[in-house]
Design a protein around this ligand. Structure first.
Ligand SMILES: [Zn+2]
Ligand SMILES: [Zn+2]
Length: 118
């Protein structure tokens, strides 16, 4: 598609986005699993190992919890399957889901939990 064609399509239609109802499946999640993942991450993304990009309103580093094997693919809502990621890496996991990243996250997740047991 040329830029001109794209421009023509983008300019077509009204200015207001049309409202529609979206059906989505929600999951009842264990909030303590998420809390533990964030605590163990110590403010660092478990994929890029960078500090959280900003703090939330409470002044805590902002990280998002991610299930290494997605719940929608039968993954468990357990500490062994949950990591804390920065918003960029979280998005990346959902868009790319690179198997190398998945393995890396599994290893790091296990490491954190093992350190905890010592
Ligand atoms: Zn990251
Ligand atoms: Zn996720």
């Amino acid at each position: 598609m040329t830029l001109e064609e794209l421009l023509a399509l983008a300019s077509k239609g009204g200015k207001k986005a049309t409202r529609y109802q979206q059906q989505s499946t929600g999951y009842e999640r264990n909030i303590w699993v998420a809390e533990l993942a964030k605590r163990l991450a110590k403010g660092q993304c478990q994929l890029c190992i960078q500090p959280a990009p900003f703090k939330n309103a409470k002044g805590e580093p902002y990280l998002e919890t991610h299930h290494i094997v997605w719940l929608s693919k039968g993954g468990d809502d357990t500490s062994e399957n949950t990591v804390a990621l920065c918003p960029n890496c979280h998005k990346k996991m959902h868009i790319v889901d690179d198997s190398k990243d998945v393995e890396l996250l599994k290893t790091r997740c296990q490491q954190l939990l093992e350190d905890l047991k010592l």
